[in-house]
Design a binder for this molecule. Structure first.
Ligand code: ADP
Ligand code: MG
Length: 626
């Protein structure tokens, strides 16, 4: 015996200790889910073995009937869950059962601690993986032997701050977990009860779960069963198992493709948005099986990137079992499956958008931002994705509008779909550029996802209507009737602003491309717009942030002839325009208004101190001197 076999004591990672405390003290009523968690891990371990066995047949050897076994010892009050899967070596025992690797679980611990409740139903909802064993056991012993090695290792803990690792016992590959049941957990010694729990939570597990001679589950791949044979509860359990998720799936798609290529697919749309939907390394969650054998976690090319929220299984009849990662890339069978799968998913979404608008809106809130990438990334289905897209608009409050809705509400004179883009939804909705549109009852799409600029730039039209930014080019609003002429509306006494514009141009010089009277403003005094052929302001700022673009193009300053300040300035210039001191004061106001327009855009000022000085001077001028 070498000293590597002596027992060592390790402290749990702090998060694990906290989790265990929550688990041990929770009054959670459905604690039988610990069995689902242990069975799920055992099944994963068998999948991993089968997968590695493709490359190295020695790992499986002559012990090829993968299975999970339950055993009870009533005298010793123990329940044992064992599998002949991949097993763990000493380091893996420490890493896997002493820390929390999954950020989801860490987030759960935080949520639990914040909620400060002992009977928190979240536990059942989340499941806490392996550590849920401590809901029913006051001591857990894990013996494991990794496939391809001769040494067995033991992990043991009472779940109170530390665990011990040392020599273990297992005659062959795999893992045995012995639960020393708590006094109040005797029900889990009852065979009938165990069978009931397994059938309820783990029936979808594709390998046999045995208790003595009896197989408790159906032990057939869920996706191979007839669609009508799978209950909603089984879908939920299977989804949680394969996705390592805690929520309910919002939709499932289960079909079998027969013809030139044959495959079965069982896909889920999650009911909530994962925190890492936009992490660069984020992949889809559709596993590839070949004739019931797991071959790849999430092969590239099986699912288009914009559908990366999907979870599930595709099981091909055509690919070879020993298909390598390299072979999967650019594989024509995979490409065909992707096409079929994409069409199916979009079809289902279209159906749901029609039949269940509220549910669809929630779905869109979770995944719309990713979906919109499909508008320009998927040459074949981009148009359909655009039809599925939902938007906030200037007239629909908290509701969502499709482009078809928008088009149906367009004014008779209107020939473009108007939009405004920015990074902050609130700022976008409050933008002065919208005032003239609001006054005439014209709807404007409010775009505030980074991806919006990209699909807009690459999309020619919807239903023959071009997309037009309200912050670029002329507003052309004169052709629209104003929605409500107020009774006390003044006669059109818009003053001649030309002399004022000239003075503004003189003062602002090179900082702007032009100064002109605005049609798009109603309440605000000024705004900045991009010239017709220049890049939209928000897009340009985004590109500059990403260092794709250096110089900013010059903007046009638009001023509102109907604004009281502008009226006053026009009158002043008319009567006192030759006076040099008055010209300087109006020039100061021009600079202030320009800076103000930049602030509204969310831009930085070139010289904030200068702005502050002018502002204070302008305010002081409004009060009598003392
Ligand atoms: P999760 O299954 O979500 O990763 P768990 O807490 O359930 O989290 O399990 C932690 C890890 O412990 C697993 O990811 C796996 O690496 C390892 N593990 C648990 N049970 C087994 C087992 N029976 N065989 C092999 N590895 C296991
Ligand atoms: Mg698990």
């Amino acid at each position: 015996m070498t000293d590597t076999k002596t027992q060592e004591t390790h402290a749990f990672q702090a998060e694990v200790s906290r989790l265990l405390e929550i688990v041990a003290h929770s009054l959670y009523s459905e604690r039988q889910v610990f069995l689902r968690e242990l069975v799920s891990n055992a099944s994963d371990a068998c999948d991993k073995l089968r997968f590695l066995g493709q490359q190295d047949a020695k790992l499986i050897g002559d012990d090829s009937e993968l299975r999970i076994e339950l055993a009870v010892d009533k005298a010793a009050r123990t329940l044992t869950v064992s599998d002949n899967g991949i097993g763990m070596d000493k380091d893996e025992l420490v890493a896997n059962l002493g820390t929390i690797a999954r950020s989801g679980t860490a987030a759960f611990v935080k949520a639990m601690e914040e909620s400060q409740r002992k009977d928190n139903p979240l536990i059942g909802q989340f499941g806490v993986g392996f550590y849920s064993a401590f809901m029913v056991a006051d001591r857990v012993t894990v013996d494991s032997r990794k496939a391809g090695t001769d040494a067995a290792w033991r992990w043991e803990s009472d779940g109170k701050g530390s665990y011990a690792v040392g020599a273990g016992e297992r005659a062959s590959r795999g893992t045995s977990i012995v639960l020393h049941l708590k006094d109040d957990a005797a029900e889990f010694l009852d065979e009938g009860r165990l069978g009931e729990i397994v059938r309820r939570y783990s029936d979808h597990i594709a390998i046999p779960i045995k208790l003595g001679e009896t197989t408790l589950n159906r032990a057939s791949a869920l996706w191979m069963r007839a669609k009508a044979d799978v209950t909603a509860e089984q879908h939920t359990e299977f989804y949680r198992h394969i996705a390592h998720a805690f929520d309910e799936p919002w939709a499932n798609l289960h079909w079998r493709a027969e013809g030139v290529i044959e495959y079965s697919a069982l896909l889920y749309v999650p009911g909530s948005r994962p925190f890492d939907l936009f992490a660069p390394e984020r992949r889809h969650g559709v596993k590839l099986y070949v004739r019931r054998v797991f071959v790849n976690e999430a092969p590239e090319g099986l699912v288009p990137r914009y559908l990366r929220f999907l979870r599930g299984v595709v099981d091909s009849e055509d690919l070879p079992l020993n298909v390598s990662r390299e072979m999967l890339q650019n594989n024509p069978v995979i490409a065909k499956i992707r096409q079929g799968l994409t069409g199916r998913v979009l079809g289902e979404l279209e159906k749901r958008a029609k039949d269940d608008a509220d549910g669809y809106a929630t779905f869109w809130g979770h995944f719309g931002e990713a979906m919109k990438e499909g508008i320009f990334e998927d040459a074949e289905h981009g148009k359909r994705v655009l039809g599925l897209a939902r938007f906030r608009t200037s007239t629909q409050g908290d509701g969502w509008a499709s482009l078809a809705d928008y088009v149906s509400r367009m004014k008779p004179e209107q020939d473009a779909i108007y939009y405004i883009a920015g990074d902050d939804p609130k700022a976008v909705a409050a933008s002065p550029h919208l005032e003239g549109f609001a006054k005439r009852g014209i709807e404007v799409l409010l775009l505030s996802d980074p991806v919006d600029e990209f699909w807009v730039a690459q999309t020619d039209a919807f239903d023959g209507k071009k997309f037009k930014s309200v912050t670029r080019g002329a507003a052309d609003l004169a052709k629209f009737a104003e929605a409500e002429k107020k009774d006390d509306a003044k006669p059109d006494d818009t003053p001649d602003v030309a002399p004022l514009l000239a003075l503004f141009r003189l003062t602002l010089g090179d900082t702007v491309k032009d100064v002109r009277a605005s049609e798009r403003l109603a309440e605000s005094a000024v705004c900045l717009v991009a010239d017709e052929n220049d890049m939209d302001i928000h897009l340009e700022r985004m590109l500059r942030q990403h260092k794709q673009l250096k110089a900013a193009s010059k903007r046009i300053l638009e001023i509102n002839p109907a604004h009281p300040l502008v009226r006053a300035l026009v009158a002043t210039v008319k009567t006192d325009g030759e006076n040099a001191a008055m010209q300087a004061r109006v020039g100061d106001v021009a600079k202030l208004l320009y800076d103000q327009a930049r602030l509204v855009e969310g831009d930085k000022l070139e010289d904030p101190a200068d702005f502050a000085r002018r502002m204070a001077a302008a305010l002081a001028a409004g009060f009598p001197a003392h």
